[in-house]
Design a protein around this ligand. Structure first.
Ligand code: KDG
Ligand code: MG
Length: 402
C-alpha cells in the first residue's frame, strides 16, 4: 500500500483552517488538521515544500515509522509549525488505518473507556453581571462544566470576552489588534465573579477559569488562593510555562487545581510539570502536540502521576481535530474534560462530522475513521482571510502576554 497524493486545503468558513488530505493507491483517503491560528501559511509551506514530497510512495500503514521519520528525520525538532504538520499527517494516517479496519478510531486505540465525553463551554460577558447571565444560559443548555471569563473595568478588551455569544473567535483583525492588561485590576475583580456565580447557581456545576498566561507565579498563587472558596474545576494557564519550575511556587500556595498545555508541542514541554505533580490537567491536544501518536505518550506519562487530560478545543482547532480528540477522549483511561467552543454553521457544513452534543457531553460517532470529512467544493467558496490574534500591552505600553 502506498501514499499516492497529498494536498493542503486552506479555507475560511468563518475562520481560517488548514486541512491535509492524503490519498492512497487503494482508494482510501484520510484527513488531518494543520491549523495554526494567525500563522496558517507557515504550516502550509512546511507541508507542501518539505513534508508531502517525502510522503509520496510511503506505506501509510506505518504510522509510527512515518512519525519518527518526520520528527527525528527533520533533524530540527519541535515547535508549533513542525508539530502541526506532523499532527496533520498523523491524523490522516490514523483515519486511513481505522477506515481500512472498518472501525471507529476509538476502537483501534483500544476501545471505549466511557460512553460520552464531558465538555466545558465558554461563558463570558463585559462585566460580572453579564457573565453570570451567560453561565445561566450554558446551564440551561445542559452543560455540566462552564469556563467563566469577564471583562474587567479599566482593562481594554480583557481576554476571553467575545463579541458573539456562542462563536467567540479571538483572531479578528487583518493585523493584530492591541488589547490591554493590568494584573492588579483583574486580581480585584475575578474572585468577585466566582463569588457571585456560586451565590447564584450553587456548587453543582464545574466552573473553570483561564488566566491566559497573564500572571507571574506569585500573582497566580495569590489568585489560586483567593479562588479556593469557589472550588474551581481548574485554573488554566495561570503563569507562562516555558519555565516549568515556575509552577512550584503556585503549587506550594494553593489547592486550586491547575491546568496547562494548550501551547505545548511535545511531551518535553510537560515532562517536569507532570513528573513533579505540579499540575492536575494536561491540556495538549491532537493538532498542537504531534497528533494521536504523540498525544498517547503524553497521556500515558500523565497517567502515572494521576494527571488527567483536558484537551484544548477552541474554535481554531478544526472539526477534524475535534473528531480525533473525541475518539481519543473516549479511549484514554485518564480522561479529565474536553473543551468545546462551538464552530459556526458554515464551518460545520464544510467539515461534515458525526459527533454530537447531548446533555453537557459530546459523543463521537461510529463511522470508520475519525468521522470527519471535508466538502472541498464548499471549502473553495471560503477563501483565506488574513486574521491575527490580538497582542496585549500594559497601561504604560509594555508588551505583555496576550
Ligand atoms: O488561538 C488561541 C486560542 O486557541 C486560545 O486563546 C483559546 O485559551 C484558549 C482556550 O483555552 O480555549
Ligand atoms: Mg486557554
Amino acid at each position: 500500500m502506498k501514499i499516492e497524493t497529498a494536498k493542503v486545503i486552506v479555507c475560511s468558513p468563518g475562520r481560517n483552517f488548514v486541512t491535509l488530505k492524503i490519498h492512497t493507491d487503494q482508494g482510501v483517503y484520510g484527513i488531518g488538521d494543520a491549523t495554526l491560528n494567525g500563522r496558517e501559511h507557515a504550516v502550509v509551506a512546511y507541508l507542501e515544500e518539505h513534508v508531502i514530497p517525502c510522503l509520496i510512495g510511503m506505506d501509510p500503514r506505518r504510522i509510527e515509522d512515518i512519525w519518527q521519520y518526520l520528527y527525528r528525520g527533520a533533524y530540527w525538532r519541535r515547535g508549533p509549525v513542525t508539530m502541526r504538520a506532523i499532527a496533520a499527517v498523523d491524523m490522516a494516517l490514523w483515519d486511513i488505518k481505522a477506515k481500512m479496519a472498518g472501525m471507529p478510531l476509538y476502537d483501534l486505540l483500544g476501545g471505549k473507556s466511557r460512553d460520552r465525553v464531558m465538555v466545558y463551554g465558554h461563558a463570558n460577558g463585559s462585566d460580572i453581571d453579564e457573565t453570570v447571565e451567560a453561565v445561566g444560559h450554558y446551564i440551561d443548555m445542559g452543560y455540566k462544566a462552564i469556563r467563566a471569563q469577564t471583562g474587567v473595568p479599566g482593562i481594554k478588551d480583557a481576554y476571553g470576552v467575545g463579541r458573539g455569544k456562542l462563536y467567540y473567535e479571538p483572531a479578528d483583525a487583518a493585523l493584530p489588534s492591541v488589547t490591554g492588561w493590568e494584573t492588579r485590576k483583574a486580581l480585584n475583580y475575578v474572585p468577585k465573579m466566582f463569588e457571585k456565580l456560586r451565590a447564584t447557581y450553587g456548587f453543582d456545576h464545574h466552573l473553570l477559569h483561564d488566566g491566559h498566561h497573564r500572571y507571574t507565579p506569585q500573582e497566580a498563587a495569590n489568585l489560586g488562593k483567593m479562588l479556593e472558596p469557589y472550588q474551581l474545576f481548574w485554573l488554566e494557564d495561570c503563569t507562562p510555562a516555558e519555565n516549568q519550575e515556575a509552577f512550584k511556587l503556585v503549587r506550594q500556595h494553593t489547592v486550586t487545581p491547575l491546568a496547562v498545555g494548550e501551547i505545548f508541542n511535545t511531551i518535553w514541554d510537560a515532562k517536569d510539570l507532570i513528573q513533579n505533580q505540579l499540575i492536575d490537567y494536561i491540556r495538549c491536544t491532537i493538532v498542537g502536540a504531534g497528533g494521536i501518536t504523540h498525544m498517547r505518550r503524553i497521556a500515558d506519562l500523565a497517567a502515572l502521576y494521576q494527571v488527567r487530560t483536558g484537551s484544548h478545543g477552541a474554535t481554531d482547532l478544526s472539526p477534524v481535530t475535534m473528531g480525533c480528540a473525541l475518539h481519543f477522549d473516549t479511549w484514554v483511561p485518564n480522561f479529565g474534560i474536553q473543551e468545546y467552543m462551538r464552530h459556526t454553521e458554515e464551518t460545520d457544513a464544510v467539515f461534515p462530522h458525526d459527533y454530537r452534543f447531548e446533555d453537557g457531553h459530546l459523543i463521537c460517532g461510529e463511522t470508520p475513521g475519525h468521522g470527519v470529512d471535508i466538502d472541498e467544493d464548499l471549502a473553495a467558496k471560503y477563501p483565506y482571510k488574513p486574521a491575527y490574534l490580538p497582542v496585549a500591552r500594559l497601561e504604560d505600553g509594555t508588551m505583555w502576554n496576550w
